[in-house]
Design a protein around this ligand. Structure first.
Ligand code: 0GY
Length: 308
């Protein structure tokens, strides 16, 4: 995984030999949150980036897709590429229709460029509020972007820390599109699932039927970790009640993704095969797995092919 860029010290590279999932995925399963990084020699990392990753190319992503038994990907623009969407768009082209994209755009983007991205498979933009990843974008710029992409039928993906939800509430609830929240709003899983923070998050979904979320990133949220993955103890067991609660209440507004190649992890790099197996812990029946992995992402990203 060499690159012409020097990786951030301590960077953990993606797992080179993931296991084969034990879970039999439903036909047409979608990984609705993953990224490509570079390769840096072809698609340079952005000068304003907050981290420099290892390369993770589209072909490597598709090899993982096939290995895991996944059918399609949603490639989310990573902050290390800023608003230069070329690597993500290249992945969409290479996927031959098996990937859709979520872009990062600035206010000065032209309508022609938005149309071009739509033709290539982009269906959303991402607004990122995580301070360690991005510099602040003024809200009036984001409102302007949301208004424009709404006309294309796109949605907004938002990424934030759970402590910031109260401050962001009015902004989120005024957005004129579907709003997809990354990683369940990053709950602090040391708090109870009925605690004030997660209760507020659930209220957001309950009161706003345009809000969806991704039951993703147990490896990022967990404090108990992946221990005994195929042994007695459950992996990422502290994340489970949060994901199960959301799925139980909002089975038609949830997505799942690997988050490959897992940027900025500090303590371990997950085995993507075992992340797939974790889905069976969250969604215990084939019917729920079908909704989470196929019906919901198809409705949002491939509505023209969706039957649900
Ligand atoms: C994720 C999470 C992270 C990074 C990014 O675009 C990104 O750089 O999304 C993170 O560091 O928490 O969803 O991949």
């Amino acid at each position: 995984m060499s690159s012409c860029f020097e990786k951030t010290p301590g960077w953990l590279d993606w797992h080179a030999g993931p296991s084969k999932p034990r879970l039999q995925l439903p036909a047409g399963a979608v990984d609705a949150h993953c990224h490509v990084f570079g390769p840096g020699a072809e698609f340079a990392y952005a000068p304003q980036r907050k981290y420099t990753p290892c390369d993770a190319s589209a072909d490597q992503l598709f090899a993982l897709r096939d290995h895991l038994g996944i059918s399609r990907n949603v490639v989310v623009q990573a902050t290390c590429h800023g608003a230069d969407n070329r690597a993500m768009l290249d992945a969409l082209v290479r996927s031959e229709g098996r990937a859709r994209g979520v872009a990062t755009v600035r206010r000065d983007i032209s309508d022609v460029e938005l149309q071009r991205m739509h033709a290539l498979g982009v269906r959303g933009v991402r607004f990122n509020f995580v301070r360690r990843l991005v510099d602040f974008t003024p809200k009036d710029e984001l409102v302007d972007i949301a208004r424009r992409i709404a006309q294309l039928g796109w949605h907004v993906v938002v990424y934030f820390e759970s402590a910031d939800l109260p401050e962001l509430w009015d902004f989120f609830t005024a957005l004129p599109t579907v709003v997809v929240i990354d990683h369940m709003g990053r709950p602090n899983v040391s708090q109870p699932v009925d605690g004030p923070e997660f209760t507020l998050f659930l209220r957001l979904l309950r009161e706003h039927s345009n809000v969806w979320t991704k039951l993703s990133c147990p490896e990022r949220l967990s404090l108990s970790g992946p221990a005994a993955l195929h042994g007695q103890a459950k992996p990422y067991r502290d994340v489970l009640p949060f994901a199960q609660r959301v799925l139980a209440e909002f089975p038609d507004r949830v997505l799942w993704g690997t988050d490959w190649p897992h940027p900025n992890l500090k303590d371990h790099m997950p085995d993507d095969g075992l992340l797939v197996d974790f889905v069976a812990q969250i969604a215990s029946t084939p019917e729920l797995q079908q909704r989470l992995l196929v019906d919901n992402p198809m409705r949002l990203y491939w509505p023209e092919e969706s039957t649900k």
